[in-house]
Write a protein that binds this ligand. Structure first.
Ligand code: ATP
Ligand code: MG
Length: 155
C-alpha cells in the first residue's frame, strides 16, 4: 500500500479551503472507489460534504456542476465508465419517502452511491462501505475530514 493510501484512511485530515476539500474528494475517488461502492457522509450543515462529492465526481470524470439534490433527494451523474448516485437526506422526514425512491435498488446497483446526511438512513446502509465524517475546524475555512472503510472484506 502506498503512503498516500495509508495517509487518507483513518486519519483526521485537515483542509483549509473548499478547493482542498474538492481535491481530497477527487483523490479519494481515484484511489479507492469502484463500481457498486457506497460512501456515507456525516456532518453538520456547511461542513463540506457537497464540496467533497463534487471532488468525487471530478475524480471519476464528471466535470459538470454538482449541487445538493435537496428537493429531488437523488441526482444521477453519468461518466464514461460509471454512474454516480448523489443522495441528500437532510429534508427526509419518514422512512417511506426513502423506500418510495427505491433506495435499496440504488444501493445494490452497479453505480456508486454517495449519501449526504447518511445518519438518517443508517439502518438501510449496506454493511460494507466508506463512512466519512466532516467537522468544522478552528477557522471559517478549516474542515476536519475523517475517511474510514468498514467491513472491508465486502467492498
Ligand atoms: N475547507 C473547506 N472545505 C469545504 N468547504 C469550505 C471550506 N472552507 C469553507 N468552506 C465553505 O463551507 C461551505 C461548505 O458547503 P457544502 O455545501 O459543501 O456543505 P455541506 O456539508 O454539503 O452542507 P449541507 O449539509 O447544507 O448540504 C461552502 O460555502 C464552502 O465555501
Ligand atoms: Mg450538502
Amino acid at each position: 500500500m502506498s503512503g498516500k493510501v495509508l495517509n487518507i484512511l483513518n486519519n483526521k485530515l485537515v483542509t483549509n479551503s473548499e478547493d482542498e476539500t474538492t481535491q481530497l474528494g477527487a483523490e479519494f475517488s481515484q484511489i479507492f472507489l469502484k463500481a457498486g461502492n457506497v460512501v456515507a457522509l456525516y456532518g453538520d450543515l456547511g461542513s463540506g460534504k457537497t464540496r467533497f462529492v463534487k471532488g468525487i465526481c471530478k475524480g471519476l470524470g464528471f466535470l459538470e456542476n454538482v449541487t445538493s439534490p435537496s428537493f429531488t433527494i437523488v441526482n444521477e451523474y453519468a461518466t464514461k465508465s460509471v454512474k454516480i448516485f448523489h443522495f441528500d437526506f437532510y429534508r427526509v422526514s419518514s422512512a417511506s419517502e426513502i423506500v418510495d425512491i427505491g433506495f435499496d435498488d440504488y444501493i445494490y446497483d452497479e453505480g456508486i452511491c454517495v449519501i449526504e446526511w447518511a445518519d438518517r438512513v443508517r439502518d438501510l446502509l449496506p454493511p460494507g462501505r466508506y463512512d466519512i465524517y466532516f467537522r468544522l475546524g478552528d477557522s471559517d475555512t478549516c474542515r476536519e475530514i475523517e475517511i474510514t472503510k468498514i467491513n472491508c472484506d465486502s467492498i
